[in-house]
Design a protein. Structure first.
Length: 117
């Protein structure tokens, strides 16, 4: 048991020699591939991005109530902007209805137009 730990200790304690390479990738961090994550087409990324599914389609909500402030606040950013569907995962049909409901709620003062600063 002690022989194994003695054998592994010199390997881990030896400093790695810096590699001299020309190009813009040498100035980036410790990653050899230019500092970019290996996601995208053909790459095997570390993280798997799940396909976003429309909350309203899965729960079979057809009409989005403008009075439900708690529901609508989840789709409004902190500054008061409506969050785009590429971030929320809402389908096109429901994003339009959601936008209309948020604007209606703003007009009758249930939601703020913008934050105070």
């Amino acid at each position: 048991m002690s022989e194994e730990t003695q054998a592994k200790a010199p390997e881990t304690s030896a400093p790695a020699a810096p590699q001299a390479s020309s190009g813009p990738s040498s100035s980036s961090g410790p990653r050899p591939g230019g500092g970019r994550p290996s996601g995208g087409p053909g790459g095997r990324g570390k993280f798997f991005r799940r396909k976003k599914v429309c909350k309203f389609c899965t729960e079979k909500i057809d009409a989005i109530p403008y009075r439900d402030v708690r529901l609508l606040q989840g789709f409004v950013a902190e500054r008061g902007k409506i969050v785009p569907r590429r971030l929320t995962g809402v389908c096109t049909k429901h994003q339009r209805r959601l936008t209309r409901a948020i604007k209606q709620a703003r007009n009758i003062a249930l939601l703020p137009f913008a934050t105070r600063h």
